[in-house]
Design a protein around this ligand. Structure first.
Ligand code: GDP
Length: 476
């Protein structure tokens, strides 16, 4: 284990040149980018009056998985909503229309800023946060990175077009995440709109709306004519009430990156959705493997704000580098600590990249501790007939102890959407006489997804059966 002089300087929040000078005095001539050994590093640390503090895993796990807040500190928070659906069914139009319902947008004088999320204030004074990166890929990508930021999904289905492949994908991504869904049947202004047919077709995918005796709320809207929006907002608020969403606003902030980029004038900027606590200007933080100090915050109306509480999206300035969507922000006590945690995370990320095994079944099962073990899987095939045969055979090999759970099945090449869905649930992806496209293959490699190809159904079933049996071996 060695560290460069510069790295050590960063972690101690000292000037690299000062370290070089000190080393020279100690009889060692090195340059900034040269590595030094552990002993020398420890000497230097002491020389500069710092404590040697090893960062343990437990230390770094501060954050979402960390300690829960005491019940009496919890206060209601706004729901975070993501809109999904097939291309051209009106996701963007609906996001724009909903944004237009904001009762304070007119008087604030701010200019609408696209920062990846926005918040509206309803007529009744309630707040709702919308993530404005529609699509299930962004949704599942975030989830694969451990960021379950969405509380409610709005599934947009065009009433004239009905259920389409990406509608079904969106349903499956939402179900896999266990997030409640509200169906917005859009384009109801069109003469050929057939909302009832949409409701019926949804039954086939086990989405049962209230009219059909189910529990999923649905609402007819027209994003274009701005009809049905109040009803949709009411349903979001109702769902949100059922979820009893709360957070402690009075603690060091934690949040997730919604999007991030390098801005020409402003450096690295990230839109952060605060999950709990309140983020303030001047706060020192770690964000993914980067660190920083909040220099300024800008809300979705383009206004500078001094603080941001739970469920509030804000653009944060003052980052050391560009983090990734889904990365976690954690406010820490000081800069030295921030650098330390960031360096540790960077190390872990590199380790993970170089040593992570492909999605293993052990991993999958150890992540689950329900009584009935689930075996999640995504199935793609070349023709409808074989996909149906595979799905029904897979369901049949379920037992009382272990159940196959088909996250998604479909006809056609393996796409990025399939991979993100598999990645989010750490599930294997089975291709029957189909292959991934180039982008999906790259993503699968990055996410270490287990891709299996078969051309004989019998082989496929035997292998899955074997792995399922292996998981139920006596040593468990
Ligand atoms: P997205 O791909 O799901 O984001 O869909 P868009 O919001 O871009 O909408 C696709 C097309 O449908 C655009 O031409 C919209 O003007 C149109 N559209 C969206 N909502 C409605 C609606 O409620 N009624 C009608 N008639 N057209 C709509």
């Amino acid at each position: 284990e060695s560290i460069t002089v510069q790295e050590l300087a960063n972690r101690m929040a000292e000037k690299g040149a000062d370290l070089v000078k000190a080393l020279f005095k100690m009889g060692t001539a090195v340059t900034l980018n040269q590595p030094i050994d552990q002993d020398t590093a420890e000497l230097l640390v002491e020389e500069f009056g710092h404590r040697i503090q090893r960062v343990s895993d437990a230390d770094v796990e501060i954050g979402m998985q960390g300690e829960a807040d005491a019940p009496e500190t919890l206060q209601p928070r706004a729901p975070v909503v993501t809109i999904m659906g097939h291309v051209d069914h009106g996701k963007t139009s609906l996001l724009d229309a909903l944004r237009g319902t904001n009762v304070v947008s007119g008087e604030s004088g701010g200019i609408t800023q696209h920062i990846g999320a926005y918040q509206i204030k309803t007529k009744g004074g309630d707040l709702i946060t919308f993530l404005d990166t529609p699509g299930h890929e962004a949704f599942s990508e975030m989830r694969a990175r451990g960021a379950n930021v969405t509380d409610i999904v709005i599934l947009v289905v065009a009433a004239d077009d009905g259920l389409m492949p990406q509608t079904i994908e969106a349903i499956n991504h939402t179900k896999a995440a266990g997030v409640p869904m509200i169906v917005a049947i859009n384009k109801c202004d069109k003469p050929d709109a057939n909302p009832q047919k949409v409701r019926e077709r949804l039954l086939e995918h086990e989405v049962i709306v209230e009219d059909m005796g189910g529990e999923t709320q649905d609402v007819e809207v027209s994003a274009l004519k701005r009809q049905g929006l109040d009803a949709l907002i009411d349903k979001i608020l109702l769902q949100s009430e059922l979820l009893e969403l709360t957070a402690n606003p009075d603690r060091a902030a934690e949040g997730n990156v919604i999007e991030a980029q390098l801005d020409k004038g402003r450096g690295a900027v990230a839109t952060v959705l605060v999950r709990r606590g309140t983020l303030k200007v001047g706060d020192t933080f770690v964000i993914g493997a980067e660190s920083g100090k909040v220099r300024a915050m800008i809300n979705d109306k383009g206004q500078q704000v001094k603080q941001a509480g739970p469920s509030t999206p804000v653009e944060v300035l003052g980052l050391s580098g560009v983090p990734m969507a889904g990365d976690q922000l954690t406010v820490v006590e000081n800069e030295a600590r921030a650098r330390e945690v960031a360096a540790y995370r960077q190390e872990q990320a590199t380790k993970k990249r170089t040593t992570a095994a492909p999605t293993s079944f052990e991993h999958m099962f150890s992540a689950l501790n329900t009584k009935v073990i689930e075996y999640p899987v995504v199935v793609k095939g070349d023709v409808q007939g074989s996909v149906e045969a595979i799905v029904s055979s897979l369901n049949k090999i379920s037992t009382d102890e272990i159940k196959v759970r088909i996250l998604h099945s479909g006809v056609g090449a393996i796409t990025e959407s399939d991979v993100t869905l598999a990645a989010a649930s750490r599930a294997p992806l089975i291709g029957f006489n189909v292959r991934p496209n180039a982008k999906a293959r790259q993503l699968a490699e990055r996410e270490k997804i287990s891709l299996r190809y078969y051309d004989v159904i019998y082989d496929l079933l035997e292998e899955v059966r074997g792995e399922m049996a292996g998981q139920l071996a006596p040593e468990r």
